[in-house]
Design a protein around this ligand. Structure first.
Ligand SMILES: Cc1ncc(COP(=O)(O)O)c(C=O)c1O
Length: 496
């Protein structure tokens, strides 16, 4: 006798009218959030314990009405979020996002595609293939390049290092492990991103084998020091495999001399990976194009749409001139995954071009961003960010109570508040303490947000924008707020 399976009551779907109503309510919530951005605090007023208590709830066993859930999202989540959406968020390199992506995320979730294999996500795979070409074109990289979208720049650098090892190590580390040959070394400047260290550790190549090469006064890599280190390593029995050039460092936005690095790598038979996670899109602009001369000679380039293409996280992209290098690194054959042949013009099955099998349809939001705004408007927004941050640098240079500590090639400005009192300007220990306290005080104040870093051992305020909503009034306000909050700290601050 066949067993009857009773399915009634197990579907999670609402009827279509209810679903439509829920979508409407959710979109109203989004509109209220965007409508309130001008007045919103950048950081929440509540502290950690208070925010944690809002979510202190046992696992729900029974359904709760969507209206109540949406209410919680608005009251507890939206209002306790740090809003990169506002242009007064000037810390780290988090984009303000764009509205087309809000729609893209919704639609990608609705259609629920997994572009791992072409035949189970045909259109999504084609959209990803197209988006990869558009990104390469936008930044002026090889039109024949292939690649894939990834979760972020950290994953992108990991993938870049894995491909470099596959191509340049004289043994198959993927099969044999690192005991298969000589220890390999990778080179980047001292200003290279921390994710490179993570990548070295994860790939078993060892953090210590990432050689952090000294920089010159303008924070670009010292080419002589690089040459010397590679020669020494070869003499000491290491196998150099890769140089990572910076296409916009996190600290200061510095772009290394990419053309010279490309030439060095060609002569030395090294893989040339460019970490342009942040700065890459600026390579497509009039304002910054010349800084990126030589980018088109890289073997692989990392660029994050979720930074300067204004796409909400997560969306990073690794581009590889010859995409077969990616496939050589990541393809494994499993009986339960029917194999397709590749197209003549690049990847078809993205599972073979990166570390993931299940992957989200993140290409949709990037595709919609390019289509909704067009490359010209995106370039104009990037140029405006650069111009306004250079205006901030000028205002700092003209002032007596601020000092700038690094050049501003892209959209990062590193500076210290040092009070109008000239006698204090020589007391670097005091200034370090004051600027450290300022960062905390500004976060509590909530009107603007900055992150900090160290430049030549000095604690500095670091302002960075990758937000198309940024206007010069925002950076004027930034200086006013720092003066007000900084003024209230003077006298209370101990030397750090
Ligand atoms: C130059 C650079 N590389 C890599 C990364 C890591 O990117 P993600 O945060 O997307 O992992 C960042 C992040 O800020 C970066 O600035």
């Amino acid at each position: 006798m066949t067993k009857q399976v009773i399915a009634d009551g197990t579907s999670l779907d609402s009827d279509l009218e209810t679903f439509k109503d829920d979508l409407r309510k959710a979109s109203e919530l989004v509109v209220r959030l965007y409508g309130g951005l001008d007045r919103a605090r950048v950081t929440p007023a509540k502290g950690r314990t208070e925010i944690a208590s809002l979510f202190d709830e046992p696992l729900p066993e029974d359904p709760q009405p969507m209206e109540g859930i949406l209410g919680e999202v608005e009251k507890n989540i939206f209002s306790n979020s740090t809003l990169y959406l506002t242009p007064r968020f000037l810390g780290y390199i988090n984009t303000g996002g764009n509205q087309a992506t809000v729609l893209g995320e919704l639609l990608a979730a609705a259609v629920n595609q997994v572009p791992a294999k072409w035949h189970f996500s045909p259109a999504a795979s084609e959209v990803e293939r197209r988006v990869i070409r558009w990104i390469a074109q936008f930044i002026g990289y090889a039109p024949e390049a292939g690649g894939c979208l990834l979760s972020g720049g950290s994953a992108g650098n990991l993938v870049g290092l894995a491909v470099a090892r596959r191509q340049k190590a004289r043994f198959d580390a993927a099969a044999l492990g690192m005991r298969g040959g000589l220890p390999v070394t990778v080179y980047s400047s001292q200003e290279g991103h921390a994710s490179l260290e993570k990548g070295m550790a994860l790939l078993g190549m060892g953090r210590n084998q990432l050689r952090k090469i000294a920089v010159r006064d303008d924070f670009t890599i010292d080419l002589e020091a690089l040459d010397k280190q590679v020669t020494e390593d070869r003499k000491d029995g290491y196998q150099p495999i890769c140089v990572v050039g910076n296409g916009g460092t996190t600290n200061t936005g510095t772009v290394d001399p990419l053309d010279a690095l490309a030439e060095f790598c060609r002569k030395q038979d090294l893989w040339f990976h460019v970490d342009a996670a942040y700065g890459g899109p600026a390579a497509g602009t009039q304002a910054a194009r010349r800084l990126f001369r030589g980018l088109d000679r890289a073997d692989s380039v990392l660029v994050n749409p979720h930074k300067w293409l204004y796409v909400q996280a997560e969306a990073a992209c690794i581009l590889v001139r010859d995409s077969r290098a990616l496939r050589d690194t990541f393809q494994v054959v499993a009986d339960y995954l029917r194999e397709e042949s590749d197209a003549d013009d690049g990847p078809l099955d993205f599972k073979d071009y990166g570390p993931q099998l299940h992957r989200s349809f993140r290409a949709l939001k990037v595709w919609m961003t390019f289509k909704a705004y067009g490359a010209r408007k995106l370039r104009a927004a990037i140029e405006s960010n650069i111009e306004i941050m250079r205006y901030l640098a000028e205002r700092i240079d003209e002032s007596r109570d601020f000092i700038r500590l690094a050049p501003v090639p892209l959209s990062v400005v590193c500076f210290q508040y040092r009070t109008p009192d000239v006698a204090i300007h020589r007391d670097q220990k005091y200034l370090n303490g004051l600027n450290h306290q300022l960062l905390e005080a500004l976060e509590k104040d909530g009107r603007v947000f900055l992150s900090g870093t160290k430049i030549h051992g000095k604690t500095v305020l670091r302002a960075c924008s990758v937000n198309h909503r940024l206007r010069s009034e925002d950076v004027d306000l930034l200086l006013d707020v720092i003066r007000e909050v900084g003024g209230s700290l003077i006298g209370k601050t101990q030397s750090a």
